[in-house]
Write a protein that binds this ligand. Structure first.
Ligand code: ADP
Length: 188
């Protein structure tokens, strides 16, 4: 099988995790979520977890060099680069680092899917998720802050991938199964 690299992008609460899992399964890709990886470090109390904990609770971004090293070590484990990256890259610096990593591993980006959901709907979903799952960065103030971080640091990446013809914009509202179908259509 040849390499395949899909990105799942979108604001906090857009449903990236759910759709990433489905898409990874459909395309036989390893799903790598930097958020999940960081939460595992925090719960295991590693050095990285200790460094990341307060940053994540504040809704800020963990420094690029730490994130890139974490992703590199995951890619290193793979026999072939067939991955779905969820929540990475999130800054221009991470996007540049990803290009370098892929070049190093002899792989190329396939496409970047961005889930689009209006901001009011996102806040409603995230505050609801806080009540359900108790994720400590899902309170309303932190949610608003994560949204503005997305706006400032991550949104510019959409133009970066669009200019390369890689961006697939997908409506992330409505039933999850409808969103899944729209993603499949956008990638077909
Ligand atoms: P969401 O998309 O809902 O914000 P994630 O699980 O992707 O949730 O991320 C949770 C937190 O983990 C982020 O707010 C940030 O602090 C940290 N994080 C995850 N991925 C990255 C990344 N690529 N760069 C920097 N920080 C990250």
């Amino acid at each position: 099988m040849s390499s395949e690299v899909l990105l799942m992008m979108g604001p906090p609460g857009a449903g990236k995790g759910t759709q990433a899992a489905r898409l990874a399964e459909a395309h036989d890709l390893r799903a790598l979520s930097t958020g999940d990886m960081l939460r595992a470090h925090v719960s295991q109390g590693t050095d990285l977890g200790r460094e990341a904990k307060a940053i994540m609770e504040a809704g800020d971004l963990v420094p690029d060099d730490l994130i890139v090293a974490m992703v590199r070590s995951e890619l290193d484990e793979l026999e072939e680069i067939r991955v779905l990256l969820d929540g990475f890259p999130r800054t221009p610096g991470q996007a540049v680092a990803l290009d370098a990593l892929l070049a190093e591993f002899g792989a190329e980006m396939t496409a970047a899917v961005v889930l689009e959901v209006p901001e009011d709907e996102l806040v409603r979903r995230l505050v609801g998720r806080a009540e359900e799952l108790g994720r400590s960065d899902d309170n309303e103030a932190t949610v608003r802050h994560r949204m503005s971080v997305y706006h400032d640091a991550t949104k510019p990446l959409l133009d970066f991938y669009d200019a390369r013809g890689l961006l697939r914009r997908v409506d992330g509202t409505g039933e999850m199964s409808d969103v899944t179908r729209r993603i499949q259509e956008a990638l077909a």
